[in-house]
Write a protein that binds this ligand. Structure first.
Ligand code: FES
Length: 321
């Protein structure tokens, strides 16, 4: 994976426990172009790699902006950002990737953001504004103080930005009471914590005319693999195309873990099938996809897989490693 060195040009507090970082190349050259909904990896000083959505306008590649919410009892990524990254520091980032793009064919959108899930939605809103497309946002947050970018979003007006603060309302937003109205065929884009995603999933299933797209922070609870657990757990072999080496992937180990135990240093981040960092080409064999990022068409094509979670339906997979 190509890494880009950047320097932190700005750091600002955008809400309680949310910091915004503006990143630019030390030489001032442009950064790679990106599309609305894209994210980058930050290679953090503590050795962790974390993904953060790009919140800026897709036309502005002088700098990238990300916003990071400090996760209580997290695994060390957001706390490292909050405690160690300051103006003037340099760090490496990846080129942008987009697992949550705006799908073509629409010019009206309903965005639903929960908490820091506002970040990919921000770039989508900016893109809609640039295109002159119609959009509405439902922004849910624990409190006004936790709602990052609230002031700039509220400036669009209540007809476009509806907010719900749990503490002021005294309850979570109720998707079942009919107060959220969406016109037929308007796509729904949602990013937020699991309870919001679940509620919006139920809302969208009762609105079959509205395609719905989700970007998850963590694996959706209760998601099952496409095949039975016996097959999901079964052992198999991998053959590495470039060296011809064959390795056994036993029950209870992932392909990535087996490769790392054999001395390979491969790009990975979430280790949960959500970030696409470990995407690996499949030359022969049939993967059993267990990720949350490949499209249906990509799964069916079987040319690529996330080796941190996905397994095999065939006795051997030949991988492009
Ligand atoms: S490391 Fe994130 S999808 Fe594999």
């Amino acid at each position: 994976m190509k890494k880009i060195q950047v320097v932190i040009e700005e750091r600002s507090d955008e809400a309680q426990d949310v910091v915004r970082l503006a990143l630019r190349r030390p030489d001032g050259e442009s950064l790679p172009a990106f599309t609305a909904g894209a994210h980058i990896d930050l290679f953090l000083p503590n050795g962790l790699t974390r993904q953060y959505s790009l919140i800026g306008d897709v036309g502005e590649t002088y700098c990238y902006e990300v916003a990071v919410s400090k996760v209580a009892n997290g695994r060390g990524g957001s706390s490292c950002v909050h405690s160690t990254l300051n103006v003037g520091n340099t760090l490496d980032i990846s080129e942008p990737r987009n697992n949550f793009p705006l799908q073509p064919g629409h010019n009206r959108f309903l965005f639903i953001a929960g908490g820091i899930g506002i970040t990919p939605i921000l770039s989508m809103i900016r893109y809609c504004e640039r295109q002159g497309w119609a959009w509405q946002l439902l922004y849910l947050a624990r409190s006004r103080a936790h709602a990052a970018f609230y002031q700039q979003l509220a400036a669009f007006g209540a007809d476009r930005v509806r907010v719900h603060f749990d503490d002021e309302a005294g309850h979570f937003f109720d998707f079942s009471n009919g107060s959220l109205v969406v016109e037929p065929n308007v796509p729904i884009y949602c990013c937020g914590p699991a309870p919001v995603m679940k509620a919006v999933g139920e809302f969208s299933s009762s609105h079959p005319d509205n395609p719905a797209y989700f970007e998850w922070f963590s694996p959706p609870a209760g998601t099952e693999t496409e095949v039975g657990t016996d097959q999901a757990a079964a052992a198999f072999d991998i053959k590495l195309q470039r060296s011809g080496k064959v390795l056994h992937v036993p029950e209870g180990k992932t392909i990535l873990e087996v490769l790392e135990a054999d001395g390979y240093e491969l790009p990975c981040s979430c280790r949960e099938g959500m970030c696409r960092t470990c995407e690996t080409g499949v030359i022969e064999g049939t993967p059993e996809h267990r990720d949350y990022v490949l499209s249906k068409a990509e799964r069916e094509a079987g040319r690529t897989m996330m080796i941190c979670v996905s397994r095999a339906r065939s006795p051997t997979l030949v991988l492009d490693i």
